[in-house]
Ligand binder design. Structure first.
Ligand code: AMP
Ligand code: FE
Ligand code: FE
Ligand code: ZN
Length: 299
């Protein structure tokens, strides 16, 4: 069922702003979400909470409710296959928490080290792009591969962002350069010590068969994981069900969101994903209840 102003029970807990690799400012995201009648949203930028810090509470609309968030890339623990990608979402974090801010600064520094190396590799492949072009796109936000992909598209080096990732920038492709990631246990602990709940983002991206995924998620639970993002536009209905079942089996929350980025993923819209995506308000309410419990325990 698609989410719309006539269906106000809808939430979107995975949204990127211009402070990472999204194209809309946090204020504009809130305006759009308000116009759509969403019940709650979370901005979950890669490696930064700056967009949330700069979004003053008094400027937030009554609806949607706003939940702080972040998305941290982490190392997949051995002996599990490293082919996939591990992203952890942190919800309800205190954005002014110093250890979290220091850790995110380290991730940002890792990007600054890595970006010129990718640009060098692209040049060696006959696809020269300049740092200035890339940074003009990312503005004051975090610079990453999507910005480089967009420059390649603009310069007619490739026909689409997808092609840029498939041929050059994706993991294992010739212009790919790995970057520093926190081990999963440290990333989870960073989120928790900042008062947040750690959630496994888009589990399909781990690229593991169900039995291995379950073993890995059990490891994450031992590290303090609190939820699984079962509801995600790239998950088909069987995947959604099996990830939600796994969450139920292990006593984890289920969360969901579109991973909205704006211009770089134009087929994904806030709240509705490709059109028929729907995350019910109860998902947000369960998350909030768990966060309140954590706060109560800390008092
Ligand atoms: P980075 O943070 O620089 O490693 O870039 C990772 C980001 O690139 C992800 O968060 C996505 O937004 C984007 N991305 C990864 N793979 C693709 C793809 N195949 N097509 C478009 N965007 C992608
Ligand atoms: Fe992204
Ligand atoms: Fe992600
Ligand atoms: Zn994301």
């Amino acid at each position: 069922m698609a989410c719309s102003a006539s269906r106000p029970g809808c939430v979107d807990l995975h949204i990127h702003s211009s402070f990472s690799d999204g194209s809309l400012t946090p204020a504009r995201i809130m305006e759009d979400a308000h116009r759509q009648g969403l019940f709650a949203v979370s901005i979950t930028d890669h490696d930064t909470v700056e967009g949330i810090i700069q979004l003053p509470e008094e400027k937030l609309p009554d609806l949607p409710h706003f939940l702080s968030g972040v998305e941290i890339s982490a190392q997949i623990p051995a002996p599990f296959s490293q082919d996939g990608t591990l992203h952890l979402l942190g919800y309800g974090i205190d954005c002014n928490n110093k250890p979290l801010q220091r850790a995110l600064a380290a991730c940002q520094e890792a990007r600054r080290q890595r970006n010129p190396q990718i640009i060098e590799r692209l040049a060696a492949l006959g696809l020269p792009i300049s740092r200035q072009e890339v940074e003009a796109l990312s503005g004051s936000g975090q610079t990453g591969r999507p910005h480089m992909a967009q420059v390649l598209v603009n310069n007619k080096g490739v026909a689409s962002m997808e092609e840029a990732f498939e041929r050059y920038l994706g993991k294992g492709r010739p212009a790919y350069v790995d970057k520093f990631r926190f081990p999963a246990d440290q990333a989870i602990e960073l989120i928790r010590q900042a008062g947040g709940i750690a959630v496994l983002a888009h589990p399909f991206s781990l690229n593991l068969p169900p039995d291995l995924l379950e073993r890995l998620v059990i490891r994450f639970v031992e590290m303090g994981l609190g939820g699984i993002e079962a509801i995600y536009p790239a998950h088909d209905s069987l995947q959604t069900q099996s990830f939600a079942d796994l969450a139920g089996k292990l006593g984890l929350l289920v969360t969901g969101g579109t991973d909205f980025h704006g211009a770089s993923k134009p087929h994904i819209r806030i709240g509705v994903g490709k059109g028929d995506f729907f995350v019910p308000a109860s998902i947000y309410e369960n998350l909030l209840r768990s966060l309140e419990k954590i706060k109560g325990q800390k008092r």
